[in-house]
Design a protein around this ligand. Structure first.
Ligand SMILES: *[C@@H]1O[C@H](CO)[C@@H](O)[C@H](O)[C@H]1NC(C)=O
Ligand SMILES: *[C@@H]1O[C@H](CO)[C@@H](O)[C@H](O)[C@H]1NC(C)=O
Ligand SMILES: *[C@@H]1O[C@H](CO)[C@@H](O)[C@H](O)[C@H]1NC(C)=O
Ligand SMILES: *[C@@H]1O[C@H](CO)[C@@H](O)[C@H](O)[C@H]1NC(C)=O
Ligand SMILES: *[C@@H]1O[C@H](CO)[C@@H](O)[C@H](O)[C@H]1NC(C)=O
Ligand SMILES: *[C@@H]1O[C@H](CO)[C@@H](O)[C@H](O)[C@H]1NC(C)=O
Ligand SMILES: *[C@@H]1O[C@H](CO)[C@@H](O)[C@H](O)[C@H]1NC(C)=O
Ligand SMILES: *[C@@H]1O[C@H](CO)[C@@H](O)[C@H](O)[C@H]1NC(C)=O
Ligand SMILES: *[C@@H]1O[C@H](CO)[C@@H](O)[C@H](O)[C@H]1NC(C)=O
Ligand SMILES: *[C@@H]1O[C@H](CO)[C@@H](O)[C@H](O)[C@H]1NC(C)=O
Ligand SMILES: CC(=O)N[C@H]1CO[C@H](CO)[C@@H](O)[C@@H]1O
Length: 663
C-alpha cells in the first residue's frame, strides 16, 4: 500500500485514521493495541515528523510528499479493514494513489471526484464495487494512468470521457463493466493503451479515431461486424478482440497490424486484398466460422511468425507457398477439414538467431484429414519443439533407415489416431536429446493447464502482453486438456491409436525428461522394456490395448512422480510390482490382463482380471503361460472364477477417478 500526496501533513494522518474508523471490531482491544503499537513504533511525537517511518518530506518545502507502509507494520494486523472512507476526498492534492492487491472492498466514495490533481490511480486486485464511479470519473481530469483491474466494478463507463484529456493508460480488466464502449474514450489524444478485457461490454464496436497503440477488448460481449471506421486507427499496433461475438468479414485494413487476435468469434471470411500484405508477426483467427480454402495471400507476408487458423471450417490442401516463408515458426491449423499432403513448410526457416529460444517452432495439425507419409524432414528442424499430427489420415512407417537422426529438440509429439504402422528399431529414441534431458532452465517453456490462466503465477502478468502464446489440446490422463504454452517444459509422446508393431524400443528408457508416454491402442508385442523404469520424471504411462506379454518390470514401482498407469488389455502376467504407485491405481488399469496377480488390494477379492475369448485363445496356444495364469487364479480363492466369465464388471472406474481428480 502506498499513499502519496503533495498537500499538508495533517491530511496524511487523516488518511490512516479514517481508514481505521470503518473497520469492524471483532476484537476491539487487539485492534486498539495494533493502532497504538503502530503509533508508538512508527511515529514518535517528540521527533520531527519527516523522520518518521514511511514518511518522505520535500527537501525544500518540508511538506510531506509520500507516505508508505512496510507490510510488516502492526497496521497489517488489522484484518477487517473494509476502506475507503469518504474523507479521503479531502486529499484533493493527491497525485498518486495506489491501493493495489489489498483485498479492500466497498464502494468508491463520491468524494473521489475531488481528486482533480490525481494522475495515477491504481486500485487493481481488490474487491471494490463501483459506487458512483461513472459520475466520479469525468472529474478526474488529471489522470494519466487508471488501473482498476480485477475488482467488482459493475457499471457503465461514462458516455463522455473527453474530459480525461491526459489519459494514457486505461486498464479495467477483469470486472463486470457493462454497456457499450464509449466512442469518446478512443478520441482522447493522449491514449496509448486500453485494456477492457474480461468484462461485459456489449453492443457494436464504434471507433472514431484513436491514438492508442494497443487495444485489448477480449472476453466481452461485443457484437456485429468490424466497421470501416477502424481503418482510421493509424497508431494501432496491437488489437485483441478475441472472445466476443463479432461476425462477418475480417476487413483487410487489419492486416497491417503487428499483432491481431480475433479468435473465438464468429467471423466467416477474410477479405483478400491485392494491395495489403499481412505485415505483422501474430495472426490469430482460431475458433471462428471461417470457410473455404486456406487464405493463400498469407504466404506473401514476409514477417508472419505466429499463424493460428485452428477450429474453423477450412478445406482443401495446405498450400505449398507456405514453405517460402522464412519467418513462420508457429502454425496451428488443428480442427479444420484440410486434406491432401503436408508441404515441407519451415524448410527455409532462418537459423540466424539460433540462440534465441523464442524461435521455438510449433506445428499443430491435429484433427484434419491430411493423408501423407510421416514428414521425416521435420527431424532436421533445429527449433521444432512441439509436433502435433494426431487424428489425421497419415500412414506408413515413421522410421526409415535413410532419415533416422531423431528429433533432437522436440518436447512434445502427438501422432495418435492415424494409420502409422511398422516396427520401431530398438535404438529409435537414441538421438532424442531434448526429451532425454531432465534439465530445467529458466528459459524453458512451462505448460500451464488452461484453468491456471488468470491465476496469480510467476508469468501471469506477461500473458497476452509480452509473450505470444499458443495452446495445445492433448489427452492428459484421459481428459482432453488445453495447455497454454508460455514457456514449455512439458515433455510427452503420444503414439496411441495407430498400428505400430514389434517391440517397444528399449531406447524409450533414455527419455529421462518424459512426463507422459502413451503407446496405447497399437499392436506392440513382447515384454515391457525394464528400461522404462529409468524415465525418472514419468507421470503418466499408458500401454493399454496392445499385445504386450511378460511381467510388468519391477522398477516401475519406484517411479516417484507416477500418477497414472494403464496396462489393461494386454497379455501381461506375473506379480504386480510393489510400491504405492501401483497400489493407488484403479483396478481397470489392469483389466483384461490374463496372468497378473497380486491385485487383491486394488481390485478386491471378486474383482479379479478377466479374459476375452480372443485372449483365452491366445493363451491356449501358450500352455506355459496358461498354467501360470491358472496358478494365479487359484491364489485368489473362490471369487476367481468370475474371471473366466466374459462380462464387464468394471464399469466406469476410470471415469470416476478422473472426475475426482479433475471434475
Ligand atoms: C512503546 O514503545 C516503548 C519503547 O519501545 C515500549 O516500551 C512500550 O511498551 C510501547 N508501547 C506500546 C503501547 O506498544
Ligand atoms: C522519541 O524521540 C525522542 C527524541 O528523539 C527520543 O529521546 C525517544 O527515545 C523516542 N522515543 C521512542 C519510543 O523511540
Ligand atoms: C519490518 O521490515 C523491515 C525490513 O523490511 C525491518 O527493518 C523492520 O525492523 C521490520 N519491522 C518490524 C516491526 O518487524
Ligand atoms: C478478502 O476479503 C473477503 C471478504 O471481503 C474475505 O472473504 C477473503 O477471505 C479475503 N481474502 C484474503 C486473501 O484475505
Ligand atoms: C466535479 O467537478 C465539478 C467542478 O469541477 C463540481 O462542480 C462537481 O460537483 C464535481 N462532481 C462531483 C460528483 O463531485
Ligand atoms: C502474392 O505474391 C504473388 C507472387 O509473388 C503475387 O502474384 C500476388 O499478387 C501476391 N498477392 C498479394 C495479395 O500481394
Ligand atoms: C468437415 O467436412 C465434413 C463433410 O464435408 C463435415 O461434416 C464436417 O462438419 C466438417 N468439419 C469441419 C470442422 O468443418
Ligand atoms: C517461392 O519463392 C520462389 C522464389 O523465391 C518463387 O519462384 C515461387 O513461386 C514461390 N512459391 C510459391 C508457391 O509462392
Ligand atoms: C492414450 O491415448 C488414448 C487414445 O488417444 C486415449 O484414449 C487415452 O486416454 C490416453 N491415455 C492417457 C492416460 O491419456
Ligand atoms: C526400488 O527402490 C528401492 C529403494 O528405494 C531399491 O532398493 C530397489 O532396488 C529399487 N528397485 C528397482 C527395481 O530399481
Ligand atoms: C486411485 C483412484 O483413481 N481411485 C478411483 C477408482 O475408481 C473409483 C470408482 O470409479 C473411484 O472412486 C476411486 O477414487
Amino acid at each position: 500500500m502506498i499513499l502519496s500526496q503533495s498537500y499538508s501533513f495533517s491530511g496524511f494522518v487523516t488518511i490512516f485514521f479514517f481508514f481505521f474508523a470503518s473497520h469492524t471490531l471483532a476484537s476491539p482491544t487487539l485492534q486498539r493495541d495494533a493502532l497504538l503499537e503502530f503509533k508508538n513504533d512508527s511515529w514518535n511525537t517528540s521527533s520531527d515528523h519527516c523522520s518518521w517511518k514511511g514518511v518522505t518530506c520535500d527537501g525544500k518545502s518540508g511538506e510531506v510528499i509520500k507516505g508508505s507502509l512496510k507490510s510488516n507494520t502492526s497496521l497489517f494486523k488489522l484484518q477487517h479493514l473494509r476502506e475507503v472512507p469518504a474523507s479521503i476526498g479531502n486529499l484533493n492534492q493527491l497525485a498518486l494513489l495506489s491501493l493495489s492487491s489489498n483485498n479492500l472492498s466497498g464502494n468508491i466514495p463520491i468524494s473521489f471526484a475531488n481528486f482533480n490533481k490525481l494522475s495515477n490511480l491504481d486500485l487493481c486486485k481488490n474487491q471494490f464495487t463501483s459506487g458512483d464511479f461513472p459520475r466520479i470519473l469525468p472529474n478526474l481530469t488529471s489522470l494519466s494512468r487508471l488501473e482498476l483491474g480485477y475488482n467488482h466494478f459493475k457499471s457503465k463507463l461514462p458516455a463522455d470521457m473527453s474530459g480525461l484529456h491526459n489519459l494514457e493508460k486505461l486498464d479495467v480488466t477483469g470486472n463486470s463493466f457493462v454497456g457499450s464502449v464509449p466512442t469518446s474514450l478512443f478520441a482522447i489524444p493522449s491514449l496509448r493503451r486500453v485494456s477492457l478485457r474480461e468484462n461485459q461490454f456489449a453492443g457494436p464496436l464504434e471507433f472514431g479515431e484513436t491514438s492508442s497503440s494497443c487495444l485489448y477488448l477480449s472476453h466481452n460481449s461485443l457484437i456485429g461486424t468490424i466497421l470501416g471506421s477502424m481503418s482510421k486507427l493509424v497508431s494501432l499496433f496491437s488489437l485483441d478482440l478475441s472472445y466476443n461475438m463479432l461476425e462477418g468479414q475480417v476487413p483487410s485494413f487489419l492486416w497491417r497490424l503487428f499483432s491481431l487476435s480475433l479468435s473465438h468469434n464468429s467471423f466467416s471470411s477474410l477479405e483478400e486484398s491485392l494491395e495489403v500484405v499481412f505485415n505483422g508477426n501474430d495472426l490469430d483467427l482460431g475458433s471462428n466460422s471461417l470457410e473455404g480454402l486456406f487464405p493463400q495471400w498469407i504466404c506473401n507476408s514476409t514477417s508472419l511468425v505466429f499463424l493460428d487458423l485452428s477450429i474453423n471450417h477450412l478445406t482443401g490442401s495446405i498450400p505449398s507457398c507456405l514453405k517460402n516463408s522464412t519467418t513462420l515458426r508457429d502454425v496451428n491449423l488443428r480442427n479444420n477439414n484440410f486434406s491432401g499432403i503436408l508441404p515441407d513448410i519451415f524448410i527455409h526457416f532462418t537459423e540466424l538467431l539460433s540462440l534465441d529460444v523464442s524461435h521455438n517452432q510449433f506445428l499443430n495439425l491435429k484433427g484434419n484429414k491430411i493423408k501423407d507419409r510421416f514428414p521425416s524432414w521435420l527431424q532436421s528442424l533445429k527449433f521444432l519443439r512441439v509436433l502435433l499430427l494426431g487424428t489425421n489420415a497419415f500412414y506408413g512407417p515413421i522410421y526409415s533407415s535413410s532419415a533416422s537422426f531423431g528429433f533432437q529438440n522436440l518436447r512434445v509429439i502427438d501422432i495418435s489416431h492415424n494409420s502409422f504402422n511398422g516396427m520401431l528399431p530398438q535404438d529409435y529414441f537414441a538421438n532424442w536429446l531434448e526429451m532425454s534431458s531432465v534439465r530445467i532452465d529458466e528459459t524453458d517453456l512451462y505448460a500451464y493447464e488452461h484453468t491456471n490462466l488468470y491465476e496469480d503465477g510467476p508469468y501471469s502478468s506477461f500473458i497476452g502482453e509480452l509473450f505470444y502464446q499458443d495452446s495445445m489440446d492433448m489427452m492428459y490422463k484421459g481428459v482432453e486438456t488445453e495447455f497454454l504454452w508460455i514457456f514449455v517444459a512439458y515433455k510427452a509422446i503420444a503414439f496411441s491409436g495407430n498400428k505400430f508393431q514389434g517391440r517397444i524400443p528399449k531406447s524409450t528408457g533414455m527419455l529421462k525428461g518424459l512426463r507422459l508416454l502413451n503407446l496405447s491402442g497399437n499392436a506392440f508385442i513382447g515384454p515391457i522394456p525394464s528400461s522404462l523404469a529409468k524415465i525418472t520424471n514419468l507421470e503418466v504411462l499408458d500401454l493399454s490395448h496392445n499385445k504386450l506379454s511378460g511381467q510388468i518390470p519391477h522398477g516401475l514401482g519406484n517411479l516417484s512422480f507416477m500418477s497414472y498407469l494403464d496396462f489393461s488389455h494386454n497379455l501381461l502376467q506375473g506379480p504386480l510390482p510393489r510400491g504405492t504407485k501401483f497400489q493407488r491405481q484403479n483396478c481397470s488399469s489392469f483389466e483384461h490382463d490374463l496372468g497378473l496377480y497380486g491385485l487383491e488390494d486394488i481390485c478386491g477379492q471378486i474383482h479379479v482380471p478377466y479374459a476375452t475369448s480372443q485372449q483365452l485363445e491366445d493363451f491356449s496356444s501358450e500352455p506355459k503361460e496358461m498354467l501360470n495364469w491358472i496358478a494365479a487364479a487359484i491364489a485368489y480363492g473362490p471369487g476367481v472364477f468370475c474371471g473366466l466369465v466374459i462380462r464387464h464388471i468394471f464399469t466406469s472406474y476410470k471415469q470416476g477417478w478422473f472426475m475426482e481428480k479433475f471434475g
